[in-house]
Write a protein that binds this ligand. Structure first.
Ligand code: ADP
Ligand code: ASP
Ligand code: MG
Length: 457
């Protein structure tokens, strides 16, 4: 048994869905369980529509919803034979009616709660899987649509819910395994789940990768395949650095460190379920199914290059707090971390010295309330337009003088904070946002000049 997950870009139009059908068809002997994201950029679009409604711009919201409706119906017409008279059409109409009602509700309440947001976003995956399952059936594949909310059971942290592990694992085994055993290809939604009492939740943006890993671990599959629009995990984000190479093998630890350091190629939650069950995760390109891709395993080849990949986080700001109670430094640090915990802020880099603390934190979150709270402890200064850069690789652990080599290459770059030692396989530092492309290009040149053909393509 295997899990195959296809993200938004792999199912964004009719030709790409056709390619995905071929890929699934080619692996039927391995008994696949299919996990889908919403199509193209639908999740973002649904979020925009929800915000417009809650801001009182109902008409604009409905126009945008019409566009989302048309996009999906055009796809369905091009993929499902006799769509106009099919059950899929009835199902899709029902979903869009549901969305319409929810948006009406928002425009009356003029408020978008996290719970309401999850409910609305879930339709992206529900609609996508309906179209994919019918398309597969029309090609003679014994696909069976399942509602992930029947088995991905989560806590109530709407917009970033965490699965209740035992319950989710047992439910997947009860509800999904028998179908595979009886020769079906289950098609399930990534990203969405439900609380024990049946309220829809989501696992956070990009959460479909995580769903695939949860399903794979519960079903003890032989492989978790994540299909993307890139040839695998690369030595840098190819959108920022065109010369990036594909990393053939990478360890769970390296991949986990990379995703936590901002590499947007995989949801950070994906690695843990796979590692627990020692299941290889393969990342493939749905546009080039025969390219090798990346394999993530426990003991990947370390290769001869010190670094496997370079990740970055942007936008970031540096928050500096100088304590106003110089007598009790440990009490000060405790209070700072209590506030961060309450506010759900996880800093990327932290340094402390004397009576102060500096933290690099994501600048995309609303931090007004946190700053207000922190100001009670001391003087707060914020420097914006920063970014973190992380170099990740098992060989960093055993390379002496790694940091000096990194910084020799960046002599004229302003480096604001450095974190080394917190993880033995990575080095993270903070630079100006505008320096990101050139810093990545220079580090890439320095560390991948002689690429090891066994680990890099
Ligand atoms: P999907 O919609 O299939 O989940 P995503 O768009 O979420 O796919 O993830 C793939 C994208 O991740 C790529 O298009 C690429 O721009 C970005 N990315 C960032 N860092 C890396 C990296 N190190 N290797 C490969 N892709 C990366
Ligand atoms: N559709 C969701 C998102 O855009 C989940 C995913 O694609 O992984 O974040
Ligand atoms: Mg994604």
């Amino acid at each position: 048994m295997i899990v195959m997950k296809f993200g938004g870009t792999s199912i964004e139009d009719i030709p790409s869905v056709k390619r995905v059908v071929e890929i699934i068809d080619s692996r039927l002997e391995q008994c696949p369980v299919v996990v889908n994201s919403a199509m193209g950029k639908t999740t973002r679009k649904l979020l925009d529509v929800a915000r417009l409604s809650a801001d009182g711009m109902e008409e604009k919201a409905f126009l945008r919803l019409d566009e989302i409706h048309e996009y999906h119906f055009d796809m369905a017409r091009g993929l499902i034979p006799d769509f106009e008279n099919s059950d899929s059409r009835t199902t899709l109409e029902r979903y869009f009616e549901g969305l319409h009602k929810l948006l009406e509700g928002l425009s009356i309440l003029l408020e978008l709660t996290p719970r309401g947001q999850d409910r609305i976003l879930s339709y992206g995956e529900l609609v996508a899987t309906t179209i994919i399952a019918s398309t597969l059936q029309s090609r003679g594949i014994n696909a069976r649509w399942l509602d992930a909310r029947d088995f991905i059971i989560t806590d109530e942290r709407f917009t970033r819910a965490r699965p209740v592990d035992d319950l989710t694992c047992r439910s997947i085994q009860e509800k999904v395994r028998p179908l595979v055993v009886s020769g079906h290809v289950p098609v399930i939604q990534g990203f969405i789940g439900s609380t024990r009492s049946g309220v829809t939740t989501t696992l956070g943006f990009e959460g479909s990768d995580f769903t695939a890993a949860l399903a794979g671990a519960a079903l003890d599959v032989s492989n978790i395949e994540i299909w993307k629009d890139v040839n695998g995990i690369m030595t840098a984000d190819p959108r920022i650095f065109a010369g990036a190479r594909t990393v053939r093998n990478i360890s769970f630890e390296e991949a986990s460190e990379l995703t936590l350091s901002g590499a947007k190629v995989l949801h950070p939650g994906t690695i843990e379920p796979a590692r627990r069950k020692d299941i290889p995760v393969n990342i493939y390109n749905s546009r080039q199914p025969d390219a090798g891709g990346t394999t993530i395993t426990a003991h990947a080849n370390k290769g001869t290059n010190i670094v496997k990949s370079i990740a970055y986080n942007m936008p970031v700001c540096i928050m500096n707090i100088v304590s106003n109670s110089h007598a009790d430094p440990s009490g000060f640090l405790r209070s700072v971390f209590d506030i961060l915990d309450r506010e759900g802020i996880v800093p990327y880099v932290v340094t402390t010295a004397g009576t102060g603390i500096a933290m690099a934190v994501s600048a995309s979150e609303d931090m007004e309330h946190a700053i207000e709270e922190l100001t009670r402890l001391g003087t707060v200064n914020i420097a914006g337009e920063k970014a973190t850069i992380s170099l990740v690789g098992e060989n960093i652990r055993t390379t002496r003088d790694f940091a000096p080599v990194v910084f020799q290459n960046l002599e004229d770059v302003n480096i604001y904070m450095v974190a080394q030692g917190a993880s033995p396989i990575s080095l993270t530092f903070v630079v100006d946002e505008s320096d990101i492309p050139s810093v990545i290009a220079r580090l890439h040149e320095a560390f991948f000049k002689d690429p090891d053909p066994d680990t890099l393509e």
